[in-house]
Design a protein around this ligand. Structure first.
Ligand code: GDP
Length: 297
């Protein structure tokens, strides 16, 4: 089994924040994620990120990194939370400046608050002639959410996801928020983390995008993820480049699992392949029994 060993303070190093984008439908979540994915250029690499692997990492000009869950909406967040996975460190909540505070905006706020995840507001579509960012901030103030320029402590930034206006500054605010959280992890142990998405690729077999949260995942490691297991045969980053290792807060897609685990499944690395397989089999049995029981009732 995997021992639960407390990390010593001296083993902990800073890690990048993991960020989810939420907000009301059509307020610009996809546009923001797309803009960041396409425009952010990692030092020494040209061109944007073309792969859709459910999560991606970006590096700002100052070298600081952010990992994004590339699934707009609450689905990823709630699916993962329902499975007991807490991956998000910070939530960007997008609210369109030409609209009111909408039901899904409120829902996103409650989700983040319930999870104890700090919010950074992105007041979007400020390029539109009828945009009124102050009205959105007033709406937030009426919900007891005071953003900084309304005398409060919550970060917000006016942006246009379409034009890219203010996106860099928004990400800087996300990093400021991250600094306050003092996010750390021990990279020098067996990897553990959460599955973001998985699918069957005709040529390559099961491809699972996972987010390493602690430790370092290496090629050849034996992984158990939910009901699936297997030896990591290959790993790729969001640019489709092969990587040999993935440390904390790194999203990576892996090949080698014997099936597609579910979003929110935790993964661990096992020394003993047999033991991992036994647990996977046990989990499959348990689930079968449960579904038989629910069918009967
Ligand atoms: P989502 O449902 O929250 O993911 O929203 P989308 O990103 O799909 O955006 C919904 C619509 O708003 C699309 O037609 C976008 O082109 C448009 N949109 C998103 N951001 C902006 C923006 O900053 N300015 C303008 N003018 N339109 C935007």
């Amino acid at each position: 089994s995997f021992e639960v060993v407390e990390d010593k303070p001296e083993d902990l190093v800073d890690r990048a924040p993991i960020v989810t984008v939420m907000g009301h439908v059509d307020h610009g979540k996809t546009s923001l994620l797309d803009y960041i994915r396409k425009e952010n250029v990692i030092a020494g690499e040209s061109g944007g990120i073309t792969q859709h692997i459910g999560a991606y990492g970006v590096q700002l000009e100052n070298g600081q990194k952010i990992a994004f869950l590339d699934t707009p909406g609450h689905e990823a967040f709630t699916a993962m939370r329902a499975r007991g996975a807490q991956v998000t460190d910070i939530a960007i909540i997008v609210a369109a400046a030409d609209d009111d505070i909408m039901p899904q905006t409120k829902e996103a706020i409650s989700h983040a608050q319930a999870a104890g995840v700090p919010i950074v507001f992105a007041i979007n579509k400020i390029d539109k002639p009828d945009a009124n960012p102050e009205k959105v901030k007033e709406g937030l103030a009426n919900m007891n959410l005071l953003v900084e320029d309304w005398g409060g402590k919550i970060q917000s930034h006016d942006i246009s996801a379409k034009m890219g206006t203010g996106v860099k500054e928004l990400l800087e605010k996300v990093l400021l928020e991250a600094e306050l959280l003092e996010l750390k992890a021990n990279p020098n142990k067996a990897a553990q983390g959460t599955v973001v998405e998985a699918f069957l690729d005709k040529g390559r077999g099961y491809v699972s995008t996972i987010l390493v949260q602690a430790g370092t995942l290496k090629i050849g490691d034996y992984v158990l993820a939910g009901k699936n297991s297997g030896k990591v045969k290959a790993m790729q980053d969001e640019r489709g480049n092969d990587v040999a290792e993935a440390g904390p807060s790194t999203p990576v897609s892996i090949l080698g699992l014997d099936g597609a685990p579910q979003a929110g499944d935790k993964f661990n690395v096992f020394e003993d392949e047999r033991e991992a397989k036994q647990i996977a089999t046990k989990r499959t049995q348990l689930q079968r029994e449960q579904s038989v029981r629910t069918q009967r009732h």
